[in-house]
Ligand binder design. Structure first.
Ligand code: PEP
Ligand code: MG
Length: 567
């Protein structure tokens, strides 16, 4: 049995499909027939073109224009006559093999782009690498699995899975994911949870220890992975899988009910999403709204930031599909573990303490304004709130508000309408903001507590660092006291306080958070039905007594013991 980190709940049993990076064997020496090498090159080009067109169509249909754009750009680059002519003349002048010619010409283009002054043009070198390896694979006849069309059920095993790969996989056939790197709050983990796909991350050397075709059992809750298990183990996990499915289906009957405690306190259970694609799951699980749309995901795996028009369409789609239910869209939270190659963010010693989120947006005003304008325009189509991430000072709130006003004034002049009901809130995820919450509350319409970051900053524990993971403790009394302080600051200023970090879905803490006065919980859509059931079974009175008791306890493990004693 192998053990990684639990990332997304659920059990999957299937054969492994291990994604390895293939060595491309370029053919050196002289070819015997130039004409057939030229034809071999053209054949490779045609296959690459049809593969890219197919990827473009599928992505456009399933995920929209913004994700499909990368394939369109690659198609255009592939069709560039300069590239073709150079490869053909290389074959003809040197009598080399087509793979060699493609390799030489691509390297020439890559060098040329890498030497350019402009950051954006330098980034194009990556695209050339991608395109040339696609053409080379076709020329050399190397099969790469098409993850969007799988023939049998598989558990994907890879070093890492990028958000764009994640978005293109065949969800009917992919029943689990195992990666070598990443933690519970990594992108892969967040997307897997939203897609309700069992996932184990941070399983070191998974692609070496597991071979394609091995039968695997993946337990997304414990982080366990069994390789070629015996029939008895398979039977045990198959029964557990069925049991989980049964419970999940039973819980879906809560979909149209409200989360109300036995003594009548109404709690709002909202969903965290990363793209418009997640909306099916949001609606299926009966969310009261969207509590966090992490917009950075729509900026990823592309060559440049999405335009105002592209962003407008995505936000409008989400708002329309949510039909007047509240939708909180967070402005770009780039930096930390979320790197965007086309933005000018230098490599940092401490990226989580660095040039991140609102700090970056306030310095890249055109980028920030593009997003705010798109959001404002979309606001006419639903019930929108804008949320600013990583706020640590009043000046940041004021500066962001001024930029928002500037965008509103521009739209007014352009005669473009936007909602006058728009609310502006901030994430409380930096201790300085949590401590200042009573005063910040006078300047914004709502708070949303981002515990993923708040815990790492309160406890001084990097959320990605596996060696000190046990110190990353949602039960730490320091964390809980600070959260209570924020909730009380919101209450006394009559603004809404939500929580959108992973802690909002932690069943052991639901009662305590509710008892502290938290009214809005936002989480992966699949966690909503279970949380609703838990809330329906409790009373606010008892929750608040228990939360008072918890706040008198001196350590995370004492708090855990106390909560276990109540079960
Ligand atoms: C958080 O920090 O809790 C949060 C919701 O934001 P993210 O995980 O995207 O940093
Ligand atoms: Mg955060």
């Amino acid at each position: 049995m192998l053990i990684g980190k639990s990332a997304s709940f659920g059990i999957g049993i299937a054969r492994a499909l291990v994604l390895k990076s293939m060595e491309l064997q370029i053919e050196s020496g002289q070819c015997h027939d130039q004409a057939s090498e030229v034809e071999r090159f053209y054949k490779g080009l045609r296959s690459s073109e049809s593969e890219l067109s197919h990827l473009f169509d599928k992505t456009l249909k399933d995920m929209g224009a913004e994700k499909a754009q990368i394939f369109e750009a690659h198609l255009l680059m592939l069709q560039d006559p300069e590239f073709r002519d150079n490869v053909v003349s290389e074959i003809q002048s040197k009598s080399c093999f087509s793979s060699f010619a493609v390799d030489v010409v691509s390297k020439r283009f890559i060098e040329m782009f890498e030497a350019m002054d402009n950051e954006y043009m330098r980034e194009r070198a990556l695209d050339i690498k991608d395109i040339s390896s696609r053409v080379l694979k076709h020329i050399l006849g190397i099969e790469t699995p098409d993850l969007s069309h799988l023939n049998e059920e598989v558990i994907l095993v890879s070093k890492d899975i990028t958000p764009s790969q994640m978005a293109s996989i065949d969800l009917n056939k992919t029943i689990g994911i195992i990666t070598e790197i990443g933690g519970k709050t990594s992108h892969t983990a967040i997307m897997a949870r939203t897609l309700e796909l069992p996932a184990v991350v941070g399983l070191k050397e998974a692609t070496t220890l597991i071979t394609s075709g091995n039968i695997l059992i993946i337990d997304g809750e414990s982080g366990e992975v069994y390789v070629n298990p015996d029939q008895d183990t398979i039977r045990i996990f198959e029964n557990r899988r069925k049991e989980i499915l049964k419970i999940k289906n039973e819980l879906l009957t809560f979909r149209d009910q409200k989360a109300v405690t036995q003594d009548g306190r109404r709690i709002h259970l909202e969903a965290n999403i990363a793209s418009a694609l997640d909306l099916d799951s949001v609606l299926k699980n009966g969310a009261d709204g969207i509590g966090l749309f992490r917009t950075e995901f729509i900026f990823m795996d592309r060559n440049k930031a999405p335009s105002e028009e592209e962003q407008f369409h995505i936000y409008k789609t989400v708002l329309e599909k949510m039909k007047q239910k509240p939708v909180v869209i967070r402005t770009l939270d780039v930096g930390g573990d979320k790197h965007l190659s086309y933005l000018n963010i230098p490599k940092e010693e401490n990226p989580f303490l660095g040039f991140r989120a609102i700090r970056y947006c306030l310095r890249d005003k055109p980028l920030f304004k593009t997003q705010l304008r798109a959001l404002l325009r979309a606001s006419s189509f639903g019930n929108l709130s804008i949320m600013l991430p990583m706020i640590s000072s009043l000046e940041e709130i004021e500066e962001a508000k001024n930029i928002l006003k500037e965008c509103q004034a521009e739209l007014l002049i352009e005669g473009v309408s936007y909602s006058k009901e728009l609310r502006l809130g901030i994430m409380i995820e930096i201790p300085s903001a949590a401590i200042m919450a009573d005063l910040f509350a006078k300047h914004v319409d709502f708070f949303s507590i981002g515990t993923n970051d708040l815990i790492q900053y309160v406890c001084a524990v990097d959320r990605m660092n596996e060696n000190i993971h046990s110190l990353y403790d949602p039960f730490h009394p320091g964390v809980l006291r600070l959260i209570e302080q924020v909730i009380k600051a919101g209450e006394s200023n009559q603004i809404e306080v939500a929580m959108c970090g992973e802690m909002a879905a932690n069943k052991s803490l639901t009662e305590i958070l509710l008892g502290m006065g938290l009214t809005h919980f936002s989480m992966a859509p699949g966690s909503i039905p279970k949380t609703k059931k838990i809330i329906q079974e409790m009373t606010f009175k008892m929750a608040s007594d228990r939360s008072k008791k918890v706040l008198t306890l001196a350590s995370g493990s004492i708090i855990k013991d106390y909560l276990n004693s109540l079960k």
